[in-house]
Write a protein that binds this ligand. Structure first.
Ligand SMILES: Nc1ncnc2c1ncn2[C@@H]1O[C@H](COP(=O)(O)OP(=O)(O)OP(=O)(O)O)[C@@H](O)[C@H]1O
Ligand SMILES: [Mg+2]
Length: 346
């Protein structure tokens, strides 16, 4: 009888040993999904052994780790899949550490993005109830207002990879087989959870009305629409454009949310100064004049003027920037803005 118990013990130890090995292997490979699956098996195994308390503790640890993981941008997952072959020219991957908190956003934009994050963080719970978390976003707005930064911040907040889809490469290089290439991109969307960013989205949508290659462009657009519609992956799809007027209404309907960006309001300009200038300016020093000098400029233009000004201060061994220098730099940006077409502005 004692012998029988020993055999049983040995088997249990072997099972646990296999699970431990699988746990370590999946951790080393950065395979979170497998890691948590094995950990859950171990909890179930303990429960079967009558170790209810331990099983419960393990489950709580797993839940806590899962909940912490997305917010922990510093623990960037090891990329499991690097785009290869044709896909390498179409997708570039990175693990941004950016956060939404680093951005200055209009209240409505911040609200929409927080909503997306919340639903993404409760993805399994929502899916468990047959609900679909928001994950197909169209960002619309002028250049330099934070569309690209948003895609990076969403990836940073969720702790997942940012895949930038190079639409220009997709269309010009592979004109004849674009639909097949798009298919490859959407296969990756399904295979590897990430934020997939279709920048210069108008490169597909905007060509629809052009007289040359209308048939071809229409086919590309239609297959893109179809793929967006059919996509039921766990990835977040973000498309951005600063030419919403040339996009077809059919495109808008495919997205869970269309988020509109604008040049910053006076309040947002103040916030941008606060965030970017930090210790480099004495509070309230000619703030109204600064805000008025920046009015009408994009976040990117204001940010550049600020960083030029900080560089000047640093090179001159000064601790703070001179407001008149910043006002001058902002005025220069205003002049550049008046001279350049909106599409080419930073
Ligand atoms: N909302 C914002 N809050 C803080 N900084 C911003 C914001 N928007 C833009 N910036 C600054 O401007 C830079 C450029 O912005 P971004 O590339 O996100 O603009 P965009 O809307 O994608 O422009 P484009 O339409 O030209 O691609 C950012 O890297 C950041 O430094
Ligand atoms: Mg951009």
């Amino acid at each position: 009888m004692a012998n029988c118990g020993a055999v049983l013990d040995n088997r249990l130890i072997m099972a646990t040993a296999e699970q431990l090995k699988a746990l370590l292997r999946s951790h080393a490979e950065g395979d979170d999904r497998h890691f948590f699956a094995v950990a859950m098996q171990m909890a179930a195994h303990e429960a079967k052994q009558g170790h209810g308390r331990l099983a419960e503790e393990l489950r709580e640890l797993i839940d806590a780790a899962k909940a912490r993981r997305p917010a922990n941008g510093s623990a960037a997952p090891i990329p499991l899949i690097r785009p290869k072959g044709d896909l390498a020219g179409l997708l570039s991957v990175s693990y941004p550490s950016q956060r939404l908190g680093q951005m200055v956003l209009a209240p409505a934009v911040a609200k929409s993005l927080q909503r997306v994050l919340k639903e993404q963080r409760h993805i399994s719970k929502l899916q468990g109830h047959g609900l679909h978390p928001r994950r197909k976003l169209l960002l619309v707005g002028p250049s330099g207002t934070g569309k690209t930064m948003t895609a990076a911040a969403l990836a940073g907040e969720l702790g997942i990879a940012l895949f930038v889809v190079r639409l220009d490469a997709l269309i010009t290089k592979f004109m004849g087989e674009t639909a097949a290439k798009l298919r490859q991109v959407f296969d990756a969307v399904k295979l590897t959870r990430g934020v997939y960013f279709f920048d210069e989205f108008d490169a597909i949508g905007g060509h629809r009305g052009l007289s040359n290659d209308v048939g071809e462009i229409r086919r590309i657009l239609n297959s893109f629409l179809l793929m967006i519609e059919q996509d039921d992956s766990n990835s977040v799809i973000v498309a951005a454009t600063n030419h919403p007027e040339i996009l077809d209404q059919a495109l808008f309907r495919r997205f869970d949310d269309v988020i509109e960006y604008h040049v910053p309001s006076s309040e947002e300009i103040r916030e941008l100064f606060r965030v970017r200038l930090g210790k480099y300016i004495r509070p309230a020093k000619r703030m109204d004049e600064l805000v008025s000098a920046a009015t009408g400029l994009s976040h990117a233009e204001i940010t550049r003027a600020i960083s030029d000004c900080i560089k000047d201060a640093v090179m001159a061994d000064q601790d703070t920037v001179a407001p008149e220098v910043l006002i001058e730099l902002l005025a220069q940006r205003q002049q550049v803005r008046q001279r350049t077409p909106s599409a080419t502005r930073p």
